[in-house]
Design a protein around this ligand. Sequence first.
Ligand SMILES: [Zn+2]
Length: 510
Amino acid sequence: MFGRHPDTRALSELSKVQLLDTTLRDGEQAPGVSMSADEKAHIARGLDDAGIDVIEAGSAPTGQQERETIARVADLDLDATVTSFTRGVKRDIDQAMGCGVDGINLVVPASDRHVREKVATSWAENRQQTVELVEYATDHDLWVEVIGEDGSRADPDYLEDLLGAAIDAGADRICYADTVGHATPDRTLAYVSRLAELGPVSTHTHDDLGLAVTNVLVSLAAGADMVHGTIGGIGERAGNVALEEVAIALAHGYGIETMALEQVYELAQTVAAATGIDLPPNKAVVGENAFTHESGIHTDGTLKDDAMYEPYPPETVGRQRRLALGKHAGRSGVRAALEEHDVEVDDDELEAVFQRVKQLGERDKRVTDADLLAIAEEATGETHERRVELVELTTVAGVGTPTATVVISVDGDERDPVSATGTGPVDAAISAVEEALAGHAAAAALDSYHVDAITGGTDAVVTVEVTMSRGDRSVTVAQSDSDITRASVEAMLYAIDRLGVPDDAVPADD
Ligand SMILES: [Zn+2]
């Protein structure tokens, strides 16, 4: 439809785009993030399963512990090429080789600011040193990608000279780096199309201007064929480009397959758990709201035709559509939600439930399944007999192993206390509940767990929201309390109760 720039190629004609994941290196450089070796190995396996081509496992010069982690990833026998970040010094390359990696991402200064101010050298010397390092690394059979750091602010003639020399010296590929997320699409086009004349080019973009994905697509049109990014877009400052966004844009927009998209949501959740950085609700592909419809018009349309308000089906990225209830709810959405919980209502009852849902929604509240079911009971007069209840909860935390003891009652029968340990009091309490229900709670999966502090001080009231599911049924419950452990246990027990307690799953005491 639109005319194409003479320096670009049609993306739909690209045969192959490779992905380099740097979640374990650039991603970990996000403020306040540190991942354990176990977590990194687990993420690396997930990336490999999803078909990521290159995994940058870390930065060998960072320290002994980091090197051990890189070595562990290199030892996993993955299909992906495993690399380490190295600076432009020989010792870094030796350290990377010591980790047993397949290759290196050799980062050399490219902009004047970096060449003269950061490393205090001259253009010519920097170029010469780069050539020698590339030769050294390729002599040792390493796959070598040379990254011109701060390339988007470099003198384009110098960048071309530097990276051209790297290719001539034997580098497998070179990388255009928008290190500080400064480039516009025009600048990206101008730089990458020049570098693509020299050899295989990767693109490394950051999202400081909110242009990370756009700049990737422009890079590919300009001749790049590998994309650096992170899962969930974590990284320094505003982050790297999110690989899942690149992958869906290429698949949906141009029919180019890069990774197993259906695995991307689980991967993003794994990374979020390891880094402690929650997935933003409005984030494309992996955000909580990406496939959630609340407004009456959208819900109604979606119930008539799944594709009405979605660009692609959620299953494409391993997710499910959710219809949420709140102040924008419509009658058909409320009816559909009730049907999901096997609640039948007549028109008058539906009207009453609908009005109450909107009222609750207007008080700035998300209406959970538990809220909806309580409202429906009020409207229909059919009350739910609570079968599983919390009788007592005690936790011991602080010095030593966190321990929790719970007493639950089933059908009014108080059971023996059950104790469990965990990484913290909440974890211990949840384990104790699972044990108290003798595997029954485990059969109900805890799909999400989310905490919000409602007030600011140490006496804050927190709201814990959990979603639990068994089979194709799921229940969301929010519970507020000044004690986070109690709120968690109450929410979980309520959800389990609502999912239904099969009789054989509740063993009687001996
Ligand atoms: Zn970066």
